[in-house]
Ligand binder design. Structure first.
Ligand SMILES: NC(=O)C1=CN([C@@H]2O[C@H](COP(=O)(O)OP(=O)(O)OC[C@H]3O[C@@H](n4cnc5c(N)ncnc54)[C@H](OP(=O)(O)O)[C@@H]3O)[C@@H](O)[C@H]2O)C=CC1
Ligand SMILES: CC(=O)N[C@@H](CCC(=O)OP(=O)(O)O)C(=O)O
Length: 355
């Protein structure tokens, strides 16, 4: 077991990088090393993240492979494309660091999916950082692959919510994954902190706005990939995200047909079996209570519920996460702990902030 390791965070001025630093500050074994950015290089971190008081006076360095390479762990919280480039440079420099990519560059296995949805050359796939994911072909969870990983592709936040909601039904043969409908309410921090007109307060406050509708969202192939890994033979997914005027949080409502011959009364047992005491960060709520984003804000936690709409013949599965914690930085810390041989829960809490 490796203890006390150094971590560099690239993209430290952004939302994902900042959340990573918030979690690392309370990780007992992590020593925070280089903090890098792009246009913000040379500026103090506190200009971007005044809430990270112990680090506020630290100066941001440029995102240079030489600055990152000497660390035990490198976290890449960069836009798509930038992380593939920098990780290739780290590899070429012979860096032994564990690299955690919070971006999408190394999530998809199928190059055609990548090219269709991201429009650039595929950089290859890394072990996928969702420890709770069911791997039907081995009967194990994804955490087993992460224990051996030196590279980790941290999942997309919407993907985590949809996957955790529905995978028990897919793996248990309860639902037909050939007709999945997912509607998500998503908070603004998921879009990052760069300026976009539709994210201005005057446009966003008091507004609900769908985006990337009708099968165009980049998370569609990633969700399909996860559901296939969980055991689905055929996946057809209709996915609609809706921006909601909250800073953090995703609430995914996912429905799929109940398979013929499955008794509605037996459905909950599949979710209980999947998310029992063995999953420290997924909480199946008591029957009749519903996930909400407030109950997971700031926590590395997914709140899940399942019910059967007998009139429609569909299973309704819901999941709430904080996009910046279980949706990004918390998943990265879970994966890092596994890859370093630490307890998966080290430095993480399921306790949120409310109201
Ligand atoms: N926000 C979220 O909920 C989630 C985000 N992610 C992923 O994490 C990554 C970061 O997202 P997020 O923090 O939201 O984005 P932000 O826009 O908030 O931050 C982006 C960061 O990357 C830096 N950066 C921008 N361009 C470059 C470049 N060419 N080279 C080096 N650094 C660069 C920025 O530096 P500077 O400030 O100097 O410009 C900033 O530090 C993305 O890939 C995103 O998709 C994944 C899951 C959820
Ligand atoms: C509100 C908003 O725009 N959210 C983002 C979530 C981004 C995310 O999860 O990250 P990746 O881009 O790394 O996949 C979206 O839906 O695209």
């Amino acid at each position: 077991m490796q203890v006390s390791f150094s971590v560099a965070v690239a993209g430290a001025s952004g939302y994902a990088g900042g959340e990573m630093l918030r979690l690392l500050l309370s990780h007992p074994e992590a020593r925070i090393g280089a903090l890098t950015a792009n246009t913000s290089a040379g500026r103090p971190l506190g200009e971007h993240h005044p809430h990270l008081a112990p680090l506020a006076g630290r100066t941001l360095d440029p995102t240079d492979p030489d600055i990152l390479a000497g660390h035990d762990v490198v976290v890449l919280a960069l836009p798509h494309g930038a992380s593939a480039e920098i990780s290739a440079a780290l590899e070429a420099a012979g860096s032994q660091a564990l690299v955690l990519d919070c971006g999408a560059d190394h999530r998809l296995v199928d190059p055609q999916d990548w090219e269709q949805f991201y429009g650039s050359a595929h950089a290859g796939a890394w072990p996928y950082g969702l420890p709770e994911l069911i791997r039907a072909e081995t009967g194990e969870r994804q955490r087993e692959e992460l224990r051996r990983a030196r590279r980790v592709a941290v999942p997309g936040c919407n993907v985590t919510a949809v996957t955790l909601a529905l995978q028990p039904g897919v793996a248990g043969g309860i639902v037909d994954a050939g007709d999945v409908v997912a509607t998500l309410a998503v908070g603004y921090s998921g879009a990052g902190r760069s300026l976009k007109p539709h994210l201005l307060a005057a446009e966003a406050a008091g507004n609900l706005a769908p985006y990337a509708v009708a099968g165009t969202h980049r998370h569609v192939p990633e969700i399909e990939q996860n559901l296939r890994r969980a055991g689905a033979e055929t996946v057809r997914l209709s996915f609609t995200p809706v921006l909601a005027p909250v800073a953090r949080g995703i609430l995914a409502t996912v429905t799929a047909p109940l398979r013929p011959g499955i008794e509605p009364a037996s459905v909950r047992a599949a979710w209980e079996q999947c998310y029992g005491a063995a999953e420290p960060f997924v909480r199946l709520l008591p029957e009749g209570t519903w996930p909400s984003t407030a109950m997971v804000a700031g926590a590395n936690a997914a709140a899940v519920q399942v019910a059967v709409d007998e009139r429609a013949g569909r299973v309704v599965a819901l999941c709430a996460i904080d996009n910046l914690v279980k949706g990004t930085a918390g998943a990265a810390v879970q994966s890092m702990n596994l890859a370093l041989g630490l307890s998966e829960t080290t430095g993480l809490t399921t306790v949120g902030v409310a109201p």
